[in-house]
Design a protein around this ligand. Structure first.
Ligand code: NAG
Ligand code: NAG
Length: 716
């Protein structure tokens, strides 16, 4: 039959070369009219071939007969016949020789040059090389002359199922949340098959699960893996091994297969509430523990992991809610109980707290399973600690008048030992805070007494520290600040606030204010100062000046008349008595010096002979005269002195009153010194007129002010 088919082809084919194809015995092998299979895409059985050929007969052209087929992996005892070349040139006249060249010519494919039969002499592998391109030519046997142009054709290697499916990316890992519903997609895997995917079923794969049921299933075609059980629980089993098989030939028996493994890990969801390991916790804490100290830890376990296991801790009830707090330690996933306020064993010895742990990240899908929280009871026992003394007040403020008597009690501090075994306490002053040892404290009763006199005007505050020490345990010490304020007593008289110097114009008018003075007082009365001013009683009717108190506590001095003249009197001294409003009031007398000056019409002082009093070295006549007068006075005194010395050696004869005075002076000589120089003013004594002659020139109205005046004139 192949022969007959080949001859038919020879008849209808115009190109010179005619291929005769061997018909393989294998059912899956290509039929000889393979070009048709290429167009239809499905292999043809032999029974259909004659029908096909009838169609071919009707159309002489339209398809190319230039392919041959050879089955891969064929390994018979002899070389396999692939096809035959034939030319329709008249073979009778000349002998024809067939020549083959191209891919594998001579090595893989051999041609019988007389018959044109092509054999494959080697085993072929489609997956290695699927087709070979060769060239055939008919030449004259003797001359080797081409009888026609060379003709190209292809030998295709026909697939057989010689490759098993392979999972190139295995083994695989995938995750799926626990508690997923049935049929939740997990992942998909793919196997590849090297066989021809377009020809036959050699590459048609079907997937199945060999291991991993009943938890997972696989879709046979798409290889999508799904959960096959609902609500798989991570807390029960976290990891599953699934073995997947891919089989070619559409899964039919005889097909080849490959397997791979898939590890499926269930991921956590919050499906478990926290649960305290204990329902009751006991802690104890010394009463003197520092605030913020961790007292104990409570932990609620959670079978979930990660954030699904995170809980926040709270104190929700109990009698210690104000004193304790709980903080969540995210790292250790527990709750730390800390002290917020000081404890006192002597007041309360135990506390109870109700603590709660609640999941932070709740999954609404499972919230119906009950509250995702738990509670436990915490009992805290307060232990006694040896505590230092406690003062009755954190600070003390004492007040004492500055004239308080020495050793008088100015205040008292008290302290007690808070412990049950109450120890007696001794008091002392921290001497660093009382360097001047101004105070004492009674060691037993804490009474503070005055040790040295106080002066408010020196120091208002004495801030000291008192130490309380337990007698039974000297290391238990407390300190308390004691601020002692010194209260004012009226112990300072008021005086002029400044050194005033007043000027009076010769051309001034009566009632004119010639000076305003104010007073000051070192004391600090509660209601402020109120000063009273007055003239000395004997001067109340002073014909020259008068005074007037102002609203602002100051005083104005007014001239009573006009017509003051330097000629008559250059300087007036006006003593003023200033009195404060203390109880009892204190007063002092300050003297105001008033100079008579020449002024311009608008009252500007122009000349007061001021140079004579102020400038020491002779710039003016006034100054020179003053100095000269001093020298003359001194000379007179010296002369008198010498005269008196001479008198000493003479016998003592009392002649009259004057002599007696002279004698008295002599007796005073020894102890007198400078102050007695006035007494030596023998000229004054001997010449009663002297009082009007010399001294009044220096403006000394009365003896009382003599000294002050002498200082002002610079002549003592
Ligand atoms: C002493 O204490 C009082 C009251 O606390 C305060 O006003 C004063 O400034 C303190 N004085 C000194 C010198 O520290
Ligand atoms: C008043 O001034 C006159 C001269 O101007 C003087 O003589 C008299 O002593 C003064 N009186 C008093 C109290 O100062």
């Amino acid at each position: 039959m192949p022969e007959r088919l080949a001859e038919t082809l020879v008849d209808l084919w115009t190109p010179l070369i005619i291929l005769w194809i061997t018909l393989p015995t294998c059912a899956y092998m290509a039929p000889m009219n393979q070009p048709h299979t290429l167009t239809t895409g499905s292999p043809l059985g032999l029974s259909r071939q004659s029908e096909e050929l009838r169609i071919l007969n009707r159309s002489k052209r339209g398809w190319v007969w230039n392919q041959m087929f050879v089955l891969e992996e064929f390994s018979g005892p002899e070389p396999i016949l692939v096809g035959r070349l034939h030319t329709d040139l008249d073979p009778g006249s000349k002998k024809i020789k067939y020549i083959l060249s191209g891919d594998g010519a001579g090595t893989i494919f051999q041609i019988n040059d007389i018959t044109g039969d092509i054999h494959a002499i080697k085993r072929l592998d489609r997956e290695e090389k699927a087709e070979y391109t060769l060239t055939a030519q008919a030449v004259d046997w003797e001359t080797n002359k081409p009888l026609e142009p060379p003709s190209e054709f292809i030998i295709k290697v026909q697939d057989i199922n010689d490759n098993a499916p392979e999972f190139l990316n295995g083994p695989y890992h995938a995750t799926v949340p626990e508690m997923s519903i049935l049929g939740t997609s997990v992942t998909n895997v793919t196997a590849t098959d090297a066989d021809d995917p377009v020809y036959g079923n050699s590459a048609k794969l079907v997937y199945s699960i060999l291991e991993g049921q009943p938890y997972f299933s696989i879709e046979p075609e798409t290889a999508i893996i799904k959960t096959a059980l609902p609500n798989m629980d991570r807390e029960a089993k976290e990891e599953y091994l699934v073995v997947i098989q891919a089989k070619d030939m559409g899964g039919h028996s005889g097909g080849l297969s490959g397997t791979t493994t898939l590890t499926v890990t269930l991921t956590d969801v919050n499906d478990n509430p926290p649960k305290f390991a204990q329902s009751l916790y006991h802690f104890s804490v010394p009463e003197d523990v520092v605030l913020g100290t961790a007292i104990g830890r409570v932990k609620a376990n959670d079978q979930d992991i990660g954030e699904n296991a995170q809980s926040s801790y709270d104190i929700i009830d109990g009698d210690g809610t104000a004193l304790f707090e709980i903080t969540s330690d995210a790292q250790a996933q527990d709750g730390v109980i800390r002290l917020r306020k000081p404890l006192d064993f002597e007041t309360k010895k135990s506390y109870t707290l109700k603590v709660e742990a609640a999941n932070i990240h709740i999954d609404p899908r499972f919230s119906g399973r009950g509250p995702f929280k738990d509670t436990a009871t915490v009992k805290i026992v307060v232990e006694d600690a040896d505590e230092p003394p406690v003062f009755s007040s954190p600070t003390y403020l004492l007040e004492v008048h500055e004239n308080a008597a020495l050793n008088s009690v100015i205040g008292q501090v008290t302290a007690r030992d808070p412990d049950i075994t109450s120890s007696p306490i001794r008091f002392s002053i921290d001497r660093h805070t009382d360097l001047e040892r101004q105070f004492n404290v009674n060691a037993d009763d804490g009474k503070i007494t005055l040790a040295t006199p106080l002066d408010r005007e020196l120091s208002v505050w004495h801030n000291i520290t008192i130490i309380a020490t337990e007698i039974r345990n000297h290391s238990q010490i407390s300190r308390v600040p004691v601020a002692i304020k010194v209260l004012d007593v009226n112990d300072n008289a008021p005086e002029f606030a400044a050194e005033y110097e007043a000027f009076l114009c010769e051309n001034g008018k009566p009632g004119q204010v010639i000076q305003t003075v104010s007073a000051m007082d070192k004391d600090d009365p509660k209601n402020g100062h109120y000063f009273l001013y007055s003239l000395l009683p004997e001067m109340v009717n002073n014909p020259n000046f008068t005074i007037k108190k102002n609203e602002d506590n100051s005083l104005s001095i007014l001239a009573k008349h006009n017509g003051f003249s330097r000629q008559k009197q250059e300087v007036y001294l006006l003593p003023i008595v200033i009195s404060d409003s203390g109880n009892p009031p204190l007063s002092s007398t300050s003297t105001l010096t008033i100079r008579v000056c020449g002024c311009s019409n608008d009252g500007v002082v122009q000349s007061c002979n001021v140079e004579a009093y102020v400038l020491p070295i002779g710039l003016s006549m006034g100054a020179l005269i003053a100095i000269l007068a001093c020298i003359i006075l001194l000379l007179v005194i010296v002369v008198l002195f010498v005269t008196l010395r001479r008198h000493k050696n003479e016998p003592l004869i009392i002649k009259d009153d004057e002599d007696v005075r002279e004698n008295i002076i002599r007796y005073d000589d020894e102890g007198g010194g400078e102050e007695d120089t006035e007494a030596f003013d023998i000229a004054t004594l001997q010449n009663p007129d002297g009082i009007n002659g010399f001294l009044p020139r220096w403006g000394m109205p009365t003896e009382r002010w003599e000294e002050r005046n002498a200082i002002q004139t610079g002549c003592v």
